[in-house]
Ligand binder design. Structure first.
Ligand SMILES: Cc1cc2nc3c(=O)[nH]c(=O)nc-3n(C[C@H](O)[C@H](O)[C@H](O)COP(=O)(O)OP(=O)(O)OC[C@H]3O[C@@H](n4cnc5c(N)ncnc54)[C@H](O)[C@@H]3O)c2cc1C
Length: 390
């Protein structure tokens, strides 16, 4: 069956859900509480699984054009600049890096303009066996399906599972920024003690960077966030100082890292959770947004063959919960390994990486990353009048 869906939240997950549902012939509205999107965030990388999901949404070319190929954990260094691992030569980098706003924009452009309603905040939900009633700041509407893509602090989740624990602080904090520079920069990751510095070129003349660092508590903010980053990586290798020099202070964002304890379900009746609302995860495998795009494709595939909505959402839950919760665990462990490493552990990690030849690493990495990256999306039927716009 097709019907009318309301998606709560116009982040990457919500927009991907809207594109996916339109592809199978649903009428969709996205309700987003912010009044204008502007230049959201700095950058992010997408791994092959996420790129395949974007391709299934009909956005392969747009995604390729909006991103740059990049290395990360295959090209590791110490703060001194010493290489722990070189990116393998003669191979294509496995990741694509985007300005976050560019990925968001390409999803928005895949939707007709009247699909996304900004400045509308959802305040309540009620459902019976026939419909869901959504209450929001512009009124009230009925829908056959509601997708809660309203982020880590999701109202949808709190209404459906009021007893479920909320986001948990993982003991570290991150600064992200965008440098405008013509320096030829390749993706890399530098491992400090209790911190790391990540670099991704995201567009010609633009480089995304992120500093992750151990923190005792969340919510600590500074008058000059860029200066905090400079202080923490003082003396680190090139091009880190040049990137910070080329970063406008207003481009720097400081975020505390949280994830979400496992939920018992991602769906109830005609309401589904998607993206960070369901499985916010630490950024350490670069998977949060990618998993939300996967969610969108799987959700649409479950609904595509005329399955009644509650049964389709149960199938969506059964497919997505094990994968996303395992991914979140994997990401948490990877992050904490670096962030919590004392000096001995840091030295041992560095030694092990330095002694592992890149060719061996290229064979070992798929064991960790393979289950994340090898995912293949289900095939969506294409409705002739629901192809992406723009
Ligand atoms: C430092 C950092 C680095 C990261 N790096 C990567 C990376 O490299 N690769 C990757 O894949 N992921 C990465 N992530 C994760 C990624 O950013 C998130 O997983 C992703 O953005 C989640 O998208 P979402 O649409 O689920 O939620 P959000 O982006 O949070 O969107 C939710 C939207 O819902 C809206 N909303 C909330 N409540 C309401 C309401 N009641 N009514 C209406 N609208 C509402 C909000 O305004 C918001 O626009 C990173 C995260 C961090 C913190």
């Amino acid at each position: 069956m097709t019907g009318h869906a309301i998606v709560i939240g116009g982040g990457i997950g919500g927009l991907a859900a809207a594109v996916a549902l339109r592809r199978i012939g649903w009428q969709v509205e996205v309700l987003e509480r912010v009044h204008a999107f502007g230049e959201v965030g700095a950058g992010l990388s997408q791994s092959p699984n996420a790129m395949r999901a974007l391709a299934e949404l009909g956005l392969a070319e747009q995604a390729e054009a909006a991103s740059m190929p990049t290395w990360a954990t295959h090209a590791m260094r110490l703060p001194s600049g010493r290489h722990l691992m070189h990116a393998p030569t003669g191979q294509n980098p496995p990741l694509r890096a985007f300005r976050r706003a560019a990925l968001h924009r390409l999803l928005r452009q895949a939707l007709p303009q009247d699909v996304v309603h900004t400045g509308v905040e959802v305040t309540g939900l009620a459902q019976d066996s026939e419909k869901v009633t959504v209450t929001h700041t512009a009124g009230r509407q009925d829908a056959d399906l509601v997708v809660g893509a309203d982020g880590i602090h999701s109202l949808t989740r709190r209404l459906l599972w009021p007893q479920a624990p909320g986001p948990r602080f993982l003991g570290y904090t991150a600064w992200v920024g965008l440098a405008g520079t013509s320096l030829p920069v390749r993706g890399s990751m530098t491992l400090g003690r209790g911190c790391y510095f990540l670099i991704h070129p995201v567009a010609p003349g633009q480089v995304y960077w992120a500093l992750g660092s151990a923190a005792d508590q969340s919510g600590v903010r500074f008058d000059d966030e860029l200066e905090q980053v400079r202080r923490r990586v003082a003396g680190w290798h090139d091009p880190i100082p040049a990137l910070l020099q080329a970063t406008p202070p207003e481009q720097v964002r400081h975020l505390d890292i949280h994830d979400l304890p496992d939920l018992p379900a991602y769906a109830s009746g005609r309401i589904a959770l998607l993206g960070d609302a369901a499985h916010a995860m630490s950024p350490d495998r670069g998977q949060g947004a990618g998993q939300s795009i996967e969610d969108a494709v799987v959700l649409a595939a479950a609904l595509a063959d005329n399955t009644p909505v509650p049964a389709a959402l149960a199938a969506y839950d059964a497919q997505r919960r094990p994968r996303t919760q395992a991914t979140a665990r994997n990401a948490r462990q990877a992050g904490l390994q670096v962030i919590n490493a004392g000096s001995t552990a840091h030295a041992l990690i560095a030694l092990a990486l330095r002694l592992t030849p890149s060719t061996l690493w290229a064979r070992l990495a798929p064991r960790t990353l393979g289950p994340l990256w090898d995912w293949t999306p289900p095939t969506l039927p294409t409705m002739p009048d629901a192809l992406p716009h723009g």
